[in-house]
Design a protein around this ligand. Structure first.
Ligand code: B16
Ligand code: MG
Length: 239
């Protein structure tokens, strides 16, 4: 019978790939998304602020807008127009992005992983992900990209990350997802992948490893942590 690895059963993980979320992990477009939604909400006279925006992290454009408008009776045409208006504002704000907009530690980890022969994918809910990746100058460091056009079911469904893993030629249990959103961590776990949460535990505490930032993060340290977790799970499952 073929051996199917799983984060829950393997004593030693055989990690071959990393799948990074984009917004809020490799770069802080989360702030630019927020500014564009705030402008739209102000134009529409809808109460909105940075705290309310927290619920939109990693959430698709349409689902974000539905969250903002709540039960206000907008028509489908108005909803489409508002999504386009927000996106125009956001697209304008990403035009001036450069590699300087990569978050601290991102490029060092990408380079270290590549040198170690680890495959790299990006799994982003954004329909603008490819533009952002180009502007950041990291397209040639990435082996596979899934964006807001790639799958039907958004995070927390695992589809987006499973799509990237397949493109990388990897099993879910050979893949690590790095995420800043609760919905993204949930998607990784639902897909049977290893999860690194980036941010406060209240948000990403369900991940196998929680980090405050990517700064100073080393592949060897992560690998050791994953091995410890796998060992603990393995001995726990035997007792
Ligand atoms: P767009 P990620 C997500 O990207 C953002 O976190 C979220 O704020 C945004 O609404 C979503 O992409 C859709 O983006 O409107 O550009 O298609 O975190 O999954 O990289
Ligand atoms: Mg994100």
């Amino acid at each position: 019978m073929p051996h199917t690895p799983s984060p829950n059963s393997d004593p030693m993980p055989n990690i071959q790939g990393f799948i990074f979320d984009l917004d809020g992990v490799l770069t802080d477009t989360a702030e630019l998304h927020y500014q564009a939604w705030q402008k739209l909400a102000d134009e529409e006279g809808i109460p909105f602020n940075q705290q309310a925006n927290e619920a939109l992290r990693g959430v698709s454009r349409r689902a974000s807008l539905m969250h903002i408008i709540g039960d206000r009776p907008y028509s489908e045409a108005q909803i489409e127009e508002m999504m386009e208006r927000k996106n125009r504002c956001y697209v304008e704000s990403i035009q001036n992005m450069t590699s300087k907009d990569l978050l601290p530690g991102a490029i060092a980890l990408l380079d270290e992983l590549r040198q170690a022969g680890i495959k790299i994918g990006i799994g982003s809910a954004s329909k603008n992900a490819r533009t952002v990746i180009e502007r950041l100058g990291i397209a040639d460091k990435v082996d596979a990209i899934a964006d807001g056009y790639s799958v039907q079911q958004p995070k927390p469904a695992p589809d987006l990350f499973l799509y990237v893993a397949k493109q990388l030629g990897l099993e879910p249990a050979q893949s690590v997802v790095v995420e800043d959103a609760a919905a993204g961590v949930e998607a990784a776990l639902a897909g049977g992948m290893w999860a690194v949460g980036f941010g406060p535990t209240e948000r990403v505490g369900a991940a196998h490893i929680v980090l405050p930032s990517l700064e100073g993060v080393k592949w060897a340290d992560l690998r050791a942590k994953f091995s410890n977790i796998a060992r603990q799970k393995h001995s726990g499952s035997k007792s």
